[in-house]
Design a protein around this ligand. Structure first.
Ligand code: 1GP
Length: 246
């Protein structure tokens, strides 16, 4: 089954959880172990990406090791066209819509598109929106950060993504953000759009995941959490059950 069909089907049945793995943070074997524990905890897909200075070899090896251990979709979350792995099932073909720099709006995508076609990776068209505080990705992506207290601005961006024909919207507070995107913003954005809403950045507790899911997030992403705990399975189990029971 195509990954986009899988996501749309899952979202029609309930909330989804995705685990983000940054290949730069540990060895490919360790990344595969984390993915396996996340799978046991009930995660629905593995996202691979993060750091800007990744090598293609490391991404390739990480994807392959993960695929050896878990039978879940592997989705690249690329920082640019230089890290596309031919072994991934899909990638977020994303535009950072609130960037000031055309490089992140369209130029990296132009570089990447022929590679995506050649490798036969499924592109998942996605509007990527960075909300305050934005952390590293906000700085690197030269984002005009979306103000936390002006949800209507985020909602207008999300609707523009939908009208462009994008199939997903990602509201990002930035990896390691002290607080996730406010649930009140998620609620306003979700009301405005019909496509699935992904929320990530700073989600570390079952309670905050629950609140975001209840506010309307369809897909919750956690990355830092799995790097920080020794027992990935149990930490994620609690968080995933807090969103799946909605
Ligand atoms: C980052 O939204 C993801 O792009 C995950 O953020 O690392 O804070 O979980 P965390």
């Amino acid at each position: 089954m195509k990954v986009l069909d899988y996501i749309y089907r899952k979202v029609s049945e309930g909330k989804m959880h995705m685990t983000l793995i940054d290949p730069a943070k540990q060895s490919p074997e360790e990344s595969a172990r984390i993915a396996y524990e996340a799978y046991l905890a009930g995660t629905d897909a593995i996202m691979i990406g993060g750091s800007t200075d990744l090598s293609m070899e490391l991404v390739d090896e990480t994807v392959l090791k993960i695929k050896d251990r878990v039978n879940l979709p592997t989705i690249l979350f690329p920082s640019g066209a230089h890290v596309l792995s031919r072994y991934a099932d899909a990638l977020y073909f994303m535009s950072l819509l609130n960037s000031r720099n055309p490089e992140y709006l369209v130029k990296q995508q132009v570089k990447g598109a022929p590679i995506v076609k050649k490798f036969g990776i499924e592109p998942l068209p996605m509007g990527y929106l960075i909300v305050e505080p934005g952390m590293t990705v906000g700085k690197v992506g030269e984002a005009e950060l979306l103000p936390r207290d002006k949800p209507e601005i985020a909602a207008a961006y999300a609707l523009a993504a939908q009208y462009f024909g994008m199939k997903l919207v990602y509201l990002e507070a930035g990896s390691g953000a002290p607080e996730p995107v406010p649930p009140s913003m998620v609620e306003v954005v979700k009301k405005e759009i019909d496509i699935p809403l992904i929320v990530g950045g700073g989600i570390r507790t079952p309670e905050s995941a629950h609140n975001l899911a209840r506010a309307g997030a369809d897909i919750l992403v956690t990355g830092t959490l799995v790097e920080q705990v020794s027992d990935v399975k149990n930490a994620l189990k609690d968080l995933i059950s807090a969103i799946k029971t909605l």
